[in-house]
Write a protein of this length. Structure first.
Length: 277
């Protein structure tokens, strides 16, 4: 059977994992009080408290080559493996998985750069399960997941770029650092999978409008997910607004993970969706 290895930033629910024995989660790590722990042993609150009190980035670590190799070795050699990783635009997890797959000597490992994270990765996992249930071959599933990833779009707004700056992940949005106060940046992952500026606005309402406009420009959309970090009220407001615009599409609401909080900070709201184009 085809096995799926998914990194922890996908935030797959425990009950979902319990129903799918062929899904294996490999954790990213986060430094809490000087000690690296799997991110499922940390909380978003701990991350924010540390970063706000020290004005420093919370250190994170991708799974090591050894971690991936250990995971691969735990799976029967005859079972093909598909690894689904968060976007290479903010993490080296994808490149690490590719290296580990090469070092493993197995010919039946495919590594997918999701080009997104959180609920977007969940959508790719759901696609993978659907393709497996339909009886598609390992090669066919891999090809279709690459296509799914190419159609995912990610945009978000944050109250400040401080967290991206501290972590060195600000990408093409670097020009906004030190800009006029009260600018509310709207960020997206561009076609080259880079962190980039979508819009510069001054209010949360205008930020939401810019994200929804990006959604419109990439419509029709098959699936739409709202994500937030320590901003449930903002997330629910954005969810309601998007659902009103797209009544025929289920719009879900989920939260980020401690690692994503260390990258992006509190107050984030975003839209991750699959374009049908």
């Amino acid at each position: 059977m085809i096995q799926l290895v998914v990194d922890s930033t996908a935030a797959l629910p425990k009950d979902f994992l319990a129903d799918h024995a062929n899904i294996h989660v490999i954790p990213l790590f986060i430094s809490i009080k000087g000690e690296y722990v799997p991110e499922n042993e940390a909380t978003i609150e701990q991350v924010i408290e540390y970063s706000e009190s020290t004005k420093k980035a919370v250190s994170t670590s991708q799974p090591s080559t050894g971690d991936f190799l250990k995971m691969f070795e735990s799976i029967p050699a005859e079972d093909p493996i598909i690894v689904i990783c968060l976007t290479s635009g903010v993490s080296g997890t994808y490149n690490g998985a590719v290296l580990a797959a090469r070092q493993s000597g197995r010919k039946n490992i495919s590594v997918i750069n999701s080009r997104t994270t959180a609920v977007g990765m969940m959508e790719i996992v759901e696609d993978a399960l659907e393709f497996i249930d339909k009886g598609l071959s390992f090669e066919e599933v891999g090809e279709k997941l690459l296509e799914s990833a190419s159609l995912l779009r990610t945009t978000f707004t944050v109250p400040t770029l401080d967290y991206l700056r501290r972590g060195g992940r600000v990408g093409k949005a670097a020009g906004l650092i030190g800009s006029i106060l009260k600018i509310k940046p709207v960020i997206y992952l561009n076609d080259n999978n880079e962190v980039d500026v979508l819009a510069k606005v001054r209010t949360e309402k205008k930020a939401a409008a810019a994200m929804i406009d990006y959604l419109h420009k990439n419509s029709p959309c098959k699936r739409i997910g709202i994500v937030h970090i320590e901003n449930e009220e903002g997330g629910r407001a954005l969810q309601a607004r998007v659902q009103e615009e797209y009544p025929d599409v289920e719009v879900t609401l989920t939260t980020g993970t401690p690692v994503l909080a260390s990258y992006l900070g509190p107050g984030l709201t975003g839209i991750i969706f699959e374009s049908a184009k």
